[in-house]
Design a binder for this molecule. Structure first.
Ligand SMILES: [Zn+2]
Ligand SMILES: [Zn+2]
Length: 355
């Protein structure tokens, strides 16, 4: 371990202005309760683009430190273990739940580190060094063992996007009795389609991008895909025999997408808002009250629910890396962000095993 920690490594920072800055820093040392990971995969996230890549504009997640290594979707192998770590050892393959909380508040005790309100809360790649480097220190409480079936790329997909999608489906209690509309087919929407399908639901996807509509059909097994235009609610009504869907999940974050979810949900249906940002205005009486809808807001997931998702994926033989459309070596992280920023890709992943 001593020789490991004296080494230098490559890491990537996001200083703003759509730039990626390559830095050389010392390989970090794991403290008590922490592990050192040799990074294997780190995927890029829409929230990085929205809040860090262009400008540091976040108003939701507390202070961000400009000077951290970016990347909050980590997956890697344990190469050194700090004092007091019992459940991980050298050689273990893990993914990392991307936030560490204070550990003692009500939300942290439930495993929802995302909801921790205390200043000790740190998200990897936002307030503490993250995944886009050769090595990363992680708190063992945020690490989840990867089953043999899942690859490191799969792990990176789960650590944020698939976890977020899974939580939305759990909140709405989706089962094989449901028809699930997924509004917005970016990476989280694609994950939602795949998982809803695996839970037994019939699935309908909607997006304005032809590329993303094709991915939903070909890679996510959507039963129907419609363009996100003025006729889309009518098409969903026709598809469901006039009733509307039991569950509508907005992953678009757009006012039109959210409104259409409320319109397309059937009487007593459930609607989940997963997509970030934006606004929506709607008439509560016809769209919510008179339809007896339940509307859920959902943000990320808990460590325990993410662990259950990992089990589910292995049992169902699902590889989340199916939605990766572009892969880059760590040194090409700038190219990865540039293509991801076009909004026409599926998931973009930095794979540290590529040269
Ligand atoms: Zn993310
Ligand atoms: Zn807390």
């Amino acid at each position: 371990m001593a020789s490991e920690t004296r080494k230098l490594m490559m890491g990537m920072k996001l200083p703003g202005g759509a730039k990626v800055q390559c830095v050389t820093v010392e390989v970090p040392r794991p403290g008590p309760g922490q592990v050192l990971l040799k990074m294997k995969a780190a995927s890029l996230c829409g929230s990085d683009l929205k809040y860090i890549y262009y400008e540091h504009t976040d108003k939701t997640g507390g202070a961000r430190y400009d000077d951290v290594i970016a990347g909050h979707e980590p997956s890697g192998q344990v190469v050194a273990v700090g004092e007091g770590v019992l459940d991980f050892c050298e050689g273990d393959r893990v993914l990392v739940y991307h936030i560490q909380g204070c550990g003692y508040c009500d939300e942290c005790r439930k495993g929802y580190f995302i909801n921790c309100q205390n200043p000790e809360r740190r998200a990897y790649g936002w307030q503490r060094d993250g995944a886009l480097a050769e090595y990363m220190v992680a708190d063992a409480v945020t690490c989840i063992h990867l089953p043999d079936f899942l690859t490191y790329e799969d792990g990176a997909m789960v650590s944020c996007g698939f976890g977020t999608a899974w939580q939305g489906l759990m909140r709405a209690g989706v089962s094989g009795a449901d028809r699930v509309l997924v509004m917005g087919l970016g990476p989280v929407g694609q994950a939602t389609l795949i998982l809803a399908k695996a839970l037994g639901a019939q699935t309908v996807g909607v997006d304005i991008s032809g590329e993303r509509m094709a991915m939903a059909r070909e890679k996510c097994g959507a039963d129907a895909v419609f363009p996100g235009d003025e006729d889309c609610v009518q098409r969903i009504m026709d598809f469901t025999g006039g009733t509307g869907v039991e569950v509508a999940i907005d992953c678009s974050g757009s006012a039109a997408g959210r409104h259409r979810c409320l319109e397309a949900a059937r009487m007593w249906g459930r609607v989940v808002f997963l997509g970030e940002q934006g606004t929506v205005t709607f008439e509560p009486s016809p769209l919510l009250l008179h339809k007896n809808l339940t509307l859920y807001g959902s943000w990320v997931t808990s460590v325990a629910n993410m662990e259950r998702l990992v089990e589910f994926l292995a049992r169902k033989r699902i590889h989340p890396n199916a939605i990766i459309t572009h892969r880059f070596a760590l040194k090409d992280t700038d190219k990865a962000y540039a293509i991801f920023a076009t909004g026409k890709t599926g998931k973009v992943c930095v794979n540290m095993e590529m040269e």
